[in-house]
Design a binder for this molecule. Sequence first.
Ligand code: ADE
Length: 242
Amino acid sequence: MRVDVVTLFPEMIASALDFSIMARARDTGAVQFGIHNPRDWTTDRHRIVDDTPYGGGAGMVLKPEPLVVCVEEVTTKTDAAVVFMTPQGAQLTQAHVRRFASLSQMVVLCGHYEGLDERVRQLLVTDEISIGDYVLTGGELPALVLIDAVVRLLRGVLGNETSALEDSFEAGLLEHPHYTRPPVFRGMAVPEELVEGDHAQVRRWRRKMSLARTLERRPDLLARVELDSYDRELLAEILAEE
Ligand code: ADE
């Protein structure tokens, strides 16, 4: 997959993608990153990318010309999504992430200042995405959040092929807790089921903890997931223990 980022602060994106699993995904060819500065698409001597808003008021607005030409040139695949990061967008979910990961290209637009000229949205943007109900100074950190979530789903990116499927949200439930050695740490023991348990016991404990955690922390998720009779039996146990 190709991921192209359009940003006035390319170093912010480049440096963050140069580590850990994102760098490995790039090195193995699972993803190709392109980072583009709309300033390079300006035609004036001062390379100006913003202007004062029509109607007056504080702040600056990103000019349409360099941004539109830049996005048009970097969007090379017919199925590409052009995603604008904005607190006005739909709140990012794992369902969005899965859809973007299935495409051959995602072009991510990072806003700044007061925003971008509305006509850029109308012309090019296919999706507007927010990472939550809080306001950041720019779209770069939200873009990195989106890219990380998408790239880790690409084939071959995570060492263990099944681990992405078992994640919180992929299964509609939160993940069970994890433990490693030592068996007792500051007086806190690893649950017996994990230390001594056979495979079936471990699976049962993990499923039960996953259900219990979701019930406690995200009952909204639990209401949406399809539970079989085994899950309902585990849930009954959880409720009886409370
Ligand atoms: N730009 C500024 N704040 C944002 C947010 N919460 N989500 C996406 N883009 C943003």
